[in-house]
Design a protein around this ligand. Structure first.
Ligand SMILES: Cc1cc2nc3c(=O)[nH]c(=O)nc-3n(C[C@H](O)[C@H](O)[C@H](O)COP(=O)(O)OP(=O)(O)OC[C@H]3O[C@@H](n4cnc5c(N)ncnc54)[C@H](O)[C@@H]3O)c2cc1C
Length: 383
């Protein structure tokens, strides 16, 4: 078995393969350079006592959502906890647990050749020497060269500052999950958030769900506005910067790339289209692959989201993109009118049909119904 890419998906799957003693596996990650994914933090929610609890950078039991009118709603997330993991800590933890059961190969993959019995992964190591690995199954987490065709594609794009203040300015027990006070784009939505790491340090981020990324000056201006005018934060120094763009699309991801080759992670549809959250989908996908292997089935990774959630997300993306729904008001109402843990479960795909329906009734119904009708019409006519 070969796992291509040692990011969230590759490492999560490799850890599971290493746990199944019978499997021989290799993990291929490029040498340091432009192909490597930059260091990042992953946030996700789950109950206490999860598999990564020992290496979390931070955890919050209380979360606040602030509406565009400045009205905040803070609530305990119980029984869930909002958790932050640094990619460097995650990688060190997973690699330390491999115990020599997985071959760690440092090489940039240049191609994967599918075959009836095996696939061959071709790569080049740091010295420029070719590397060839043949395997029964290959799981490829490299970013896709292009997104699948879609009716609507937005980006969740963001820049965050890790800030340090001279005096206490944050409550380390409570995080601001979404704050809709920044000026709103016409089509899409914008919000800030604050993840305190101590009384004097926090990750403060500015995010948009829109079609186009901003330039450097745009992100910095938005962050200056958010930290200054909105949060009223006094002096601070920026100790590190995090930036990214995550596709939010109703395009259909295919995880089967050949007889013996599969896609996992963002490339395998693990990103929840309406939120950009991916980490927990990646965990479900890795668990399903490991279970299929243990049962002797062909380990086709599932897209780790329910069909009805993907449909609901497609409607929301369309409603945001057309400007029919005010995104800030939509999310603020969703959090205001429902229990926090219920919304979090819904956003992670863990809610039942009845709960989904009840929650649907708490958001602006008319524009969503109109968009659903329009979307259904487009599905039927194949447009
Ligand atoms: C800055 C940032 C913050 C994010 N924060 C969150 C968050 O808080 N919560 C959340 O749920 N999601 C978050 N996401 C979304 C998502 O969880 C991450 O993008 C996640 O890293 C996706 O996992 P992945 O394994 O699919 O891709 P990656 O983690 O990007 O892994 C892809 C791997 O492929 C390797 N690779 C690339 N080219 C080659 C090659 N030629 N040969 C071999 N290997 C190659 C890369 O080195 C990398 O290790 C964030 C994304 C970004 C960009």
């Amino acid at each position: 078995m070969v796992v291509v890419g040692g990011g969230a998906a590759g490492l999560s799957l490799t850890r599971r393969l290493a746990g199944a003693n019978t499997v021989r596996a290799a993990l291929v990650e490029p040498p340091p350079g432009p192909l490597r994914a930059p260091v990042r933090t992953w946030c996700f929610w789950e109950p206490d006592g999860g598999p990564w609890d020992a290496v979390l950078a931070a955890r919050w039991d209380r979360l606040e959502v602030v509406g565009p009118d400045g009205r905040g709603r803070a609530a305990p997330a119980a029984p869930l906890v909002y958790k932050m993991l640094r990619s460097t800590d995650f990688e060190a933890h997973v690699r330390a647990g491999l115990g020599g059961r997985v071959a760690e190969v440092e090489a940039a993959v240049t191609g994967i050749e599918d075959g009836p019995d095996r696939a061959v992964v071709r790569a080049v190591d740091a010295a420029g020497a070719p590397v060839e690995l043949a395997a029964r199954w290959v799981f490829d987490s490299r970013p896709l060269p292009a997104l699948p065709p879609a009716r609507t594609t937005l980006l969740q794009h963001f820049r965050g500052w890790f800030v340090r203040t001279p005096d206490a300015a944050f409550d380390p027990d409570a995080a601001v999950l979404m704050d809709f006070r920044p000026p709103q784009p016409r089509n899409g939505t914008a919000f800030g958030y604050v993840l305190p790491l101590s009384e004097r340090t926090a990750l403060v981020e500015y995010t948009e769900f829109t079609r186009e990324v901003l330039d450097d000056a745009g992100y910095d201006a938005a962050l200056r506005d958010y930290t200054g005018r909105v949060l009223g934060l006094g002096p601070f120094e920026v100790t590190a910067v995090e930036q990214g763009a995550i596709p939010m699309t109703d395009g259909r991801f295919r995880t089967r790339a050949g007889r013996r080759v599969f896609r996992i992670g963002t490339a395998g549809g693990a990103t929840r289209p309406s939120t950009g959250y991916t980490f927990s989908g990646v965990q479900r996908q890795a668990a399903a692959v490991a279970a299929a292997l243990a049962a002797g089935r062909t380990p086709v990774p599932p897209v780790p989201h329910r069909r009805r959630h993907l449909l609901m997300d497609a409607v929301l993306l369309r409603a945001l993109d057309t400007g029919r729904v005010d995104g800030a008001e939509f999310f603020a109402r969703l959090f205001r009118r429902n229990a926090l843990a219920d919304v979090l479960r819904f956003l992670d795909g863990g809610s039942g049909f009845g709960r989904d329906l009840r929650m649907g009734a708490t958001v602006p119904v008319a524009p969503m119904a109109l968009t659903t009708a329009e979307y259904a019409g487009r599905l039927l006519t194949g447009r």
